[in-house]
Design a protein around this ligand. Structure first.
Ligand code: HEC
Length: 456
């Protein structure tokens, strides 16, 4: 059972108890590191948690603690932003108030990695100039530009350092992906000029045990999945966080303002205890069957009919069919459902969020570097992100991928977040986007995402 630690852990617990004095067994809160045995659900803080909070001496699988961390980090990111201040929450506004939201004001990929390799505007607070985004717009505070010069970078799903096929919703629109960096991560890239491939250190041989670049603790990087909500009924749309975005048509290159909904989110944070980052992923809950408690919802990526999800993506990225395209059904397979403990945490937070749109969002998975023994202790940076070192592990029976972002990887635990990003660990500290987009960029469609014209 992948969520159970090996038997010797239990021996360890018995040995420890044997060694401790009787008084120490009755652990008072003051005697540990201040982390409660049962995480206290709270939606009142706009602050990003600095780290996961696991009580000292906890030796079981700490899924509850990581999921609680993941909810708090999510709420900090979807808190309304302080007007005019990138990356800062407006503490006077409640959750659920109109955006822009904190994460939407972080630095977008197009502001960090310019098409021509030029240096980004180094002040985190300023918006980069119009010439550097493919819609040629000078953003106002909180604007969202979903565009790339190649026309496919924001549409292809992530493969291992390459672009896989696209995902289309039931309205025939492609999902668009956006990568965002907080100030710690952005400053680190700019200071070291890692937007240039020539500035990225080579991985020496023999290979080192830690990455050749190491982002500072507190770095936070997100990937958001957005969908043009055109054509969906209002009662379906109102269960999404929606906003206006400037979206580029990959065929014509024309940019227009449309209403997009947040369908998925990845959030990774480098913390003092987890230098391999903590990997959290979230979805809007109406994406694909099964529905929560069997609720009769209209799915965004499934037509409600009997057609199964195809084994391989039927849509190609090159060439890319113009929108609206014929969608396919997406499902979450029975062997990779959201972990029951994660669902319980989701349910508790969703209850607290009843008056906001965030009640319709939940964690899919939180992955972290696993180690044995006291889970409150930091994991050394020498530990890699191999599948055996991560939750839920090689024999995973719970979800490890996001249906809106790694749609076709749901049955391949070796393609969980950390094991795929582990390929970018030594050269770029797990950050694929740096390896892919440092100038000159190296991001191309995967062979499976290219349709050979003669084979059509
Ligand atoms: C099959 C490989 C693969 C899997 C699985 C995968 N990713 Fe990624 N991910 C990528 C690639 C490649 C990129 C960069 C895409 C680009 O160049 O724009 C990326 C980008 C990201 C980013 C932006 C920062 C970065 O690394 O560049 C985050 C955050 C992220 N992924 C989180 C996750 C999470 C969380 C999961 C699991 C739920 C996950 N990823 C699963 C390949 C993967």
């Amino acid at each position: 059972m992948p969520t159970r630690l090996p038997i010797r852990q239990h021996h360890l617990r018995l040995c420890r108890i044997g060694l401790l004095s009787v008084a120490a067994i009755v652990v008072s809160p003051a005697a540990n590191n201040g982390c409660p045995d049962r995480p206290v659900r709270s939606i009142s803080s706009s602050a990003t948690p600095a780290d996961v909070c696991i009580p000292d001496g906890f030796i079981d699988v700490p899924v509850n603690y990581f999921d609680d961390y993941a909810w708090r980090a999510f709420l900090a990111m979807v808190w309304p932003a302080a007007p005019g201040h990138r990356g800062m929450a407006d503490v006077k506004k409640p959750l659920g108030a109109a955006g822009p939201l904190v994460f939407e004001t972080l630095k977008s990929l197009w502001e960090v990695f310019h098409e021509d390799g030029s240096a980004p505007a180094s002040d985190f607070q300023t918006y980069d100039s119009a010439a550097h985004n493919a819609c040629q717009v000078k953003p106002q505070f909180g604007d969202l530009v979903l565009a790339s010069f190649s026309g496919i970078d924001e549409i292809g799903q992530a493969g291992a350092g390459e672009l896989a096929g696209p995902l289309a919703a039931q309205n025939g629109r492609y999902v668009r992906y956006q990568t965002l960096y907080n100030q710690a991560a952005f400053d680190f890239i700019v200071r070291n000029r890692y937007y240039l491939r020539s500035a990225l250190p080579e991985v020496p041989s023999p290979r080192p045990t830690t990455p050749v670049i190491e982002f500072p603790v507190g770095s936070l990087v997100l990937k958001a999945a957005w969908l043009d909500m055109a054509g969906f009924p209002a009662e379906q749309v109102k269960r999404y966080y929606t906003r206006r975005a400037i979206v580029r048509d990959p065929g014509t290159g024309a940019c227009s303002r449309v209403t997009v909904g947040l369908v998925g989110l990845h959030l990774v944070q480098k913390t003092a205890s987890r230098p391999q980052w903590i990997w959290s992923s979230y979805e809007q809950i109406d994406s694909a069957p099964p529905s929560r408690f069997g609720d009769p919802v209209k799915f965004t990526f499934h037509d409600g009919g009997k057609a199964p999800m195809p084994a391989e993506n039927p849509l190609s990225l090159a060439p890319l069919a113009p929108e609206p395209v014929t969608p396919f059904n997406v499902e979450r397979p029975f062997f990779a459902r959201v972990h029951p403990k994660t669902e319980l945490t989701n349910y508790q937070y969703q209850e607290l969020l009843k008056n906001t749109v965030w009640q319709y969002y939940g964690i899919v998975v939180t992955q972290w570097p696993r180690m044995e023994g006291n889970q409150a202790l930091p994991v050394p940076a020498t530990q890699n992100g191999d599948i055996t070192n991560t939750f839920p592990g090689a024999g995973a029976f719970s979800a490890f991928s996001n249906v809106t972002m790694e749609t076709f990887d749901q049955s391949r635990p070796q393609l969980g977040c950390m094991s795929c990003h582990n390929q970018a660990r030594l050269p770029a500290d797990f950050m694929w986007s740096v390896l892919d987009h440092a100038y000159p960029a190296k991001i191309a469609p995967a062979p499976a995402a290219v349709r050979n014209k003669t084979a059509q």
